[in-house]
Ligand binder design. Sequence first.
Ligand SMILES: Cc1ncc(COP(=O)(O)O)c(C=O)c1O
Length: 448
Amino acid sequence: MAPANYEKAYLSRTRKSKAHFEMARKLIPAGVESNVRFFPPYPFYVQKAKGAYIYDLDGNRLIDYALGYGPMILGHNHPAVVRAAKEQIERGTMYGASTDLAVDYVKMVQRALPSIEMFRFANSGTEATMHPLRVARAFTGKEKIAKAEGSYHGGHDYALQSVDIPRDKLKHSAHQPAVPYGKGIPRSISDLVVIYPFNDWLATEEVLTKNADDLAAVIIEPIQAGGGCFAPRDGYLKRLRKLTRELGIVLIFDEVLTGFRVAFGGAQERYGVKPDMTSIAKIAGGGYQLAGFGGRKEIMEEIVPKEGGNVYHGGTYNAHPVSMAAGLETLRILSRPGVYRKIDSIGDSLFQGLRDAAEDARVDVWVENIGSLGQLYFTDKEMCTWRDAFDADAEKWRHWFMYSLGKGVFFGVPHADEHFFTSLVHSEEDIQESLDISSEAFRQIAHG
Ligand SMILES: Cc1ncc(COP(=O)(O)O)c(C=O)c1O
């Protein structure tokens, strides 16, 4: 198939990446280390990164709004974070025994997220949602969990349910069975997962009330970023908090993406809602693998070994010292007064600029952003629920994304149903350059 015009700049300046892709795909399925990294016709490969930029194998400089899929809120290779990691490397990288650094780290997490009375470390967002679900099952003595349609909570079997639902499997949102995301997931696991629609309160209330006797936990991205970006509306989170408390269901906020992103205290600070348990990852490690989960003491104590049994939780690399040193330094910087005002204002200038640029070009877009996190949809409708995004134009999104990439702007996770981020180090010039390039893409789209 002949390349689309909007891909031409990308194709002509990524020849080394193309050659590398041809070689990599023989050794690594799809030529990438995580399925999300693939996009057609081939992904670019990275040579190095610094500040707001990444550089590909062909030497192109890209303004980076993927930011490692979220973690690099201070930009790449922040000097203080690099220093903290290097100092820890000198002291040893892996002990297999616990450190005092872990307590310093947990105190910092508690400062940000006071709902976390006790905390355990993990290595990825996937683990950070998998473990608390099991803890909640032990605490309540119930087996099922509820998750929102469209939400992504990582790669374990309970989470890979109704991440995407083919149109022909869509049912009324209060009667949507769990649809496994991809092959290899046992039906028996899908049967233990109840699906509710984020931001549709009446259907959510119906689903949770009907299943309350079986539900151990409701897990939720407090800002739904699976499927793009949807802010909670009309007190949705507060209502959910009240209902789960009444029904005896553990409420787990998956703040893997929103934690330290939309406020120092994550979405729970931004929207003033206190969950029973919280999962964190991404920014928590400042660019290194660190994740964890925590919450109410009486629930977390299910992990403590005791007579009569407990919940297993372990991991060779849990609380990796280098990740903790880098993560702690990152959180120290983020905890300074005024930091989030600046992060949000840089985000608002990009996302508002995109709204204005699309309007000038007379292209219908809906731009959703919560400070530095957002997404752009080609549609004339307001985006409120994950189902709304079904009608957005993914081909126009791809045009905008690939054209911008070919001109040096990497607008985030390379799929229309994902999202992108700004960092503390994107300059006014970076934002303006990105908007100028976007404006050109919008004009092309307007002219068909
Ligand atoms: C909300 C949410 N939860 C969990 C995960 C899984 O995290 P990881 O990729 O570190 O396993 C992600 C990853 O993007 C996420 O966005």
